[in-house]
Design a protein. Structure first.
Length: 563
């Protein structure tokens, strides 16, 4: 038997995980919408899925398993047929010398355990899996990408195939690429033409992976399908085009941002998958440490001023801005945004999509937003002098403004604003904090192990005086090297040693000394030096702290900070 709402009430309310009022409202809403209460609680962020799983697993007195972090071998998965898995809530996810490990919705279903033991011919170790996680894991029963592609390719080679049937096969191929990209948590899908073939690659955790090789003759129909979905010009092959479309991935609707550019071998397609579920991060989840977190929270509590997030493309700036907006978004606050593109919906906010074809630029949209009586304004990116000027004036006139800017570090932000024609006194009186960031891959928690940094790694440290000084300040030398952490490779991380990403940050908080330097148009080096004296942790230092904590590796931090 599944847990009843009354039993969930006992577990969550009486043990202090949820307030009674919130639980009762959720129960009523779930009943009205005819959806499971567990799904409602997680989807409306009343409790994290992992936390819910741990609580229920403790109740059942079995271990909890998060299948989202497990790479399941196909040979293990099929030990439980798909029909049985769906009807009885069971997923086989691993096996070793002790037996078969299965994730169960009802881990006390002894009858089912005995049946699977008999079928598999080995002992069974039951684990509890949440409904949310179980439904996602059922997608693993689909054939691999290459197998599915071969089936479609075989159909396309059929000379008797009608035009409509050929078009249907191309539609199926495109749907398959996006669906598999989403299931593998890819941020981008690349369809790249080469001399003799077309390579499909997924960017996962910031790294591109080759996943499929297609015949060259499929490039044009695939590109045509993307253009139709994205409402682009299908007769234009020599100019770059941008567009977007929506894709129903069963669990949610994904926004797909598309860029197509002509190359020497044909048109190159990059599709960015914008999943709202994957962007429901808190600042802690993103990697902010306590001191920096306090600075960001303090700045976000101000009724006016400007919070700027800087870094190169792909460094997670927008995700950080959304995380701050998530904190600020309450019923009594009006948030208005101007974005390109709108990455995901903010409930209750006024969100405007930039559209150069109709003349709706960041600057014009921002002028309109100010007349919409907002409390908080989010500008997707400050790209030019006009946008910068309006944003600064908005912050001066009683609005809290959040935006992103391309700059290498926090201190370089101010010379960038000088170059855009913003007067130093306006910058000094409006900017409250600047967050600079990069993304690094996280060490896999399932297979990481500590080790003493090697002599070769210490030589790299000695080549950078600032890094050597950091370690020496903590008592480490070439003779007493610190311990680091590396993943040895396992099924969770696909033998890479890394799983997921987190940010490394520097948060420059405005103070009187920095304001004086800005008024004097000081250089970024002078501002950086003053910030560090005032207690700011640089991105490099934040990254090195995370190396010592085992969250990432020295190699990753050096790669990210030297880019």
């Amino acid at each position: 038997m599944q847990l009843t709402p009354d039993e969930l009430h006992t577990l969550l309310v009486e043990k202090g995980f949820l307030k009674a009022e919130a639980f009762d409202e959720a129960r009523k809403a779930a009943e009205e919408q005819t959806i499971p209460l567990e799904l409602y609680l997680v989807d409306h962020e009343l409790i994290k899925d992992e936390q819910l799983g741990l609580v229920i697993a403790e109740h059942y007195e079995v271990p909890f398993i998060d299948l989202g972090n497990v790479k399941i071998d196909d040979a293990v998965l099929v030990l439980v047929p798909e029909v049985v898995a769906r009807s009885r809530g069971i997923i086989a996810f691993g096996r070793d010398e002790k037996g078969l490990r299965i994730a169960m919705r009802q881990p006390h279903d002894l009858e089912m355990i005995h049946l699977i033991e008999k079928r598999a011919g080995m002992p069974i170790a039951p684990y509890y899996v949440t409904l949310h996680d179980f439904l996602s894991a059922l997608e693993r029963y689909k054939a691999s990408l290459s197998v599915s592609f071969e089936k479609i390719l075989a159909r396309l080679k059929d000379q008797l195939l009608s035009r409509d049937e050929r078009d249907e096969a191309i539609v199926e191929l495109m749907d398959m690429l996006v669906q598999y990209g989403y299931q593998n948590k890819a941020s981008d899908i690349h369809v790249s033409p080469m001399a003799r073939h077309v390579m499909v690659r997924f960017r996962i955790d910031g790294v591109l992976h080759d996943v499929l090789e297609m015949p060259k003759e499929l490039l044009d129909p695939v590109v045509m399908r993307v253009k139709i979905l994205s409402k682009m010009r299908t007769d234009e092959h020599r100019a770059a085009q941008d567009g977007k479309f929506r894709f129903n991935a069963k669990e949610e609707v994904i926004d797909v941002r598309v860029s197509i550019v002509p190359t020497t071998y044909g048109e190159n397609v990059v599709m960015r998958l914008l999943s709202s579920k994957l962007r429901r991060f808190s600042l802690v989840d993103l990697g902010f440490q306590e001191a920096d977190l306090e600075k960001v929270n303090h700045a976000s509590e101000s009724p006016h001023g400007m919070i700027l997030v800087t870094g190169p493309t792909g460094s997670g700036k927008t995700t950080t801005v959304y995380a701050v907006l998530k904190i600020l978004n309450t019923r009594d606050i009006h948030i208005a945004t101007i974005e390109d593109p709108v990455e995901y919906d903010i409930e209750g906010a006024t969100q405007i999509q930039v559209n150069p074809k109709t003349g709706l630029t960041f600057a014009k949209g921002l002028r309109s937003i100010v007349r919409q009586d907002p409390d908080i304004i989010m500008v997707g990116e400050i790209r030019d002098s006009e946008t910068a000027g309006i944003a600064v004036n908005s912050a001066m006139t009683g609005h809290l403004v959040l935006s992103t800017l391309h700059a290498n570090d926090s201190a370089t932000t101010f010379p960038r604003l000088f170059d855009m024609g913003i007067e130093p006194f306006l910058i000094a009186s409006t900017v409250t904090i600047v967050i600079a960031q990069r993304l690094v891959r996280k060490t896999c928690e399932k297979c990481r192990a500590s080790y003493v940094l090697t002599a070769e790694e210490w030589e790299l440290i000695e080549e950078e005086p600032s890094i050597e000084k950091f370690f020496e300040s903590r008592g480490f030398t070439s003779k007493s090297r610190p311990r680091g952490y590396k993943g040895s490779g396992c099924m969770v991380c696909a033998d890479t040693g890394y799983s997921g990403r987190l940010g490394i940050f520097e948060v420059l908080e405005m103070n009187d000394e920095i304001k004086q330097l800005i008024l004097k148009r000081a250089t970024s080096d002078q501002i950086m030096s003053a910030s560090k004296k005032g207690g700011m942790t640089s991105m490099l230092e934040d990254g090195l702290e995370k190396v010592l904590l085992g969250l990432t590796t020295l190699e990753e931090v050096l790669r990210a900070t030297k880019e």
